[in-house]
Ligand binder design. Structure first.
Ligand code: HEC
Ligand code: HEC
Length: 247
């Protein structure tokens, strides 16, 4: 666990960011000592001094915060883009994605080594945590997208019928193992869409029967136009900074 955290921090230092300062601060500080079990429960829990269990939810999620809970945090591999927003995402999709990094169907090296360190139970707990994170502050997405695409993009979305799986406003997937994509970072969406076309590289790309077949129908320029529209929508996924929730 400790070695993994060191690896993760070494990797996160290798990431670039805006604002650089908040990232530097974060990279330098090891995750806070996980709270004792029950520390968030009722009563004078802060006084409980039992040693923290390494299996606590805090311990499991501590290694995610340095990237997924910092607004604007950017990854630099294979190119610079913002790390995906995962708060508010479907738990079953989060679990499916983590399992895909674990098996290598998704080949992003940092996320692979992180996912490989997680047990099935860890994945279930972490996925439930992120699905609920920030729920109180979130405005549920409406039934319709808050803006219409230009004619060219409308045609592209229709060609692959994105809404038939990702939902009427691309934020209400028909199956909980499918992702909400509306409002996700544009540069990440573009990166993700391109990655479904890359199946022959050991460090880059994603194997997915459904999205592979879809992404391959489009040129890179078309995927970029799609990502720009989808990223401009109001959605339910968010980055919730660590200072905004209690452990
Ligand atoms: C060093 C930065 C970093 C850390 C630490 C990190 N991630 Fe990630 N995460 C990323 C990047 C970058 C991606 C996008 C990878 C890709 O292109 O597939 C990603 C992708 C994901 C995805 C897929 C999201 C989607 O929309 O498909 C999930 C889920 C995820 N991470 C969960 C976690 C969890 C849970 C942890 C902690 C146990 C964690 N990550 C730690 C950088 C990080
Ligand atoms: C037949 C169902 C289906 C259709 C149609 C479909 N998708 Fe998907 N999409 C999925 C599934 C399932 C996944 C999860 C794949 C995975 O686990 O990597 C996904 C993943 C994605 C992702 C990655 C999200 C992330 O957070 O990493 C993006 C972006 C995406 N789809 C965009 C689109 C767009 C744009 C269209 C239309 C051009 C489309 N999809 C059409 C089922 C579908």
């Amino acid at each position: 666990m400790k070695n993994l955290l060191i690896t993760v921090f070494a990797l996160s230092v290798a990431c670039v960011t805006a604002p650089a300062q908040s990232q530097a601060t974060n990279a330098g500080s090891t995750p806070a000592v996980p709270a004792a079990p029950g520390a968030t429960g009722p009563g004078p829990a802060k006084a409980v001094a039992t040693p923290a269990s390494p299996k606590s939810l805090e311990a499991k999620t501590a290694m995610c915060f340095g990237c997924h809970n910092i607004k604007g945090y950017q990854a630099s591999f294979p190119e610079v883009y913002k790390v995906p927003m995962i708060a508010g995402q479907n738990a079953r999709y989060i679990a499916a994605a983590l399992n895909a990094y674990k098996t290598g169907d998704r080949r992003h090296p940092t996320m692979r080594s992180i996912a490989e360190s997680l047990t099935e139970q860890d994945i279930a707990d972490i996925a439930a945590f992120y699905e609920n994170l920030g729920k109180e502050e979130r405005k549920p997405a409406g039934e319709k997208p808050n803006r219409e695409p230009e004619a060219q993009v409308a045609g592209l979305l229709q060609k692959a019928n994105c809404a038939s799986c990702h939902g009427a406003n691309l934020s209400k997937p028909i199956d909980p193992s499918y992702p909400k994509i509306a409002g996700q970072h544009t540069d990440y969406l573009f990166q993700a869409l391109k990655s479904y076309k890359t199946t022959d590289n050991h460090a880059v790309g994603r194997n997915n029967g459904i999205m592979g077949a879809i992404a391959k129908q489009f040129s890179t320029a078309e995927l970029k136009a799609i990502a720009q529209y989808v990223g401009s929508l109001d959605g339910e996924v968010a980055t919730v900074p660590e200072s905004r929730f209690k452990h």
